[in-house]
Design a protein around this ligand. Sequence first.
Ligand SMILES: [Zn+2]
Length: 101
Amino acid sequence: MPLYDYRCQACGTRFQSRHGFNDPVPSCPACQSANIQRLIMTAPAIARGMLALAGDSRGATKEQLRAKWAEETPRLRKKLVDKLGEDAVNRYAPTLNTSYE
Ligand SMILES: [Zn+2]
């Protein structure tokens, strides 16, 4: 079963939960709130996150973002495939199969 990342809207706790696609969303392990958000990273968000980690998010051009995306995505994708399997990555992280536009 795939592992999902969540963030609690009530207290801000981030947690992971492994469950089936059609199972109900879990509640927050810290405050039991059901008001949680599944974290889904889009291509631009991932690219900006990478640049932020590199200490370089401000003033990044589209070209820099695209270059960073092209460089980092295959590595990130491989990590996810190792962790979740090829099928899960194709299904839940399809943006990793695309190029940054
Ligand atoms: Zn909470």
